[in-house]
Ligand binder design. Sequence first.
Ligand code: PMP
Length: 363
Amino acid sequence: MTQIYNFSAGPAVLPKEVLQQAAAEMLDWHGSGMSVMEMSHRGAEFMSILETALADLRELLAVPDNYKILFMQGGALAENAIIPMNLVGRKPQPATIDFVHTGSWTAKSINEAKKYANVRIAAAAPDGRFHAVPKRAGWNLHRDAAYLHVCTNETIDGVEYHFNPDAGDVPIVADMSSHILSRVIDVAKYGVIFAGAQKNIGPAGLTIVIVREDLLGHALPCCPSAFDWKIVAEHGSMYNTPPTYAIYIAGLVFQWLKRQGGVAAMEQRNIAKASLLYDYLDASAFYRNEIAKDSRSRMNVPFFLRDESLNEAFLVGAKAHGLLQLKGHKSVGGMRASLYNAMPIEGVQALVDYLKEFEQKYG
Ligand code: PMP
């Protein structure tokens, strides 16, 4: 059988070892006689799964003690509303939220935030095309903003921050959905970090929120209790039934990451994987990536064929080689290869070999 490599942007490839372990434990978790899916979320078995997952994530990201880790639901898009509902109440109304606009996911966050506050664009890509993170020196920040929102990896556009943003005393809220755990970050530089799980962590349905404690307790009266971070934190992410199976898989992924040497080791592998692909694209006149070199995403690599009439043939050939889900997002076009933690370097090498072969045939 052809070796399969899945380049989906999300839901995305998970470590094979994790899926095998989940399969082995599917009907009977650790002799409990139950599948994790069948367990009460308040029983000792699931509580041990939850607590281990929380502790492992805290260790992997070196989350300081004055931050809460919340396991929520609704995905990153629900957080686009949950965040302002929890944070704008810290300021006189109507509050202001600053954004650094880097692409498609920031655009969605901006539109949602407008329902709760005045939105200011502190910086945006100069030509209206999302090919670079605006230089920090040009950010026009508002000292009284309730917070500054950034998306540190734009999954669709393929743009990533390679620096920790700073905004003085204004808390920074970062959407890290598509690169969390792929690189070392300094959590203390952020007020809130949020991420949907379905790329580097596990199945869709789980949303990670890491929030500094002093930002809790300001929810607007309209905020649903299940989305009030303070209430969720006080209940240890158990105010309502959490997505138990997704948390279990996330926990297995965290253990896998620890066995791989943790986030620093993963980052080195991710640099090697991304370089392998970008170096080939840059050297070729047949393909191109349009993102500024200092802002290229290690996780999501959009690229184009010089002759776009070959796109269909490229995708059909890729599939025959076991290289799946390479079609670019419809808003960008072309191709996109997502190289999340669970993508081995052999997968990237197989893609580069195919790029070469296709180029030789049609170039
Ligand atoms: N932000 C980013 C950076 C994303 O990549 C995605 C999903 N691709 C989202 C937000 C939306 O996440 P969800 O569909 O889980 O709400």
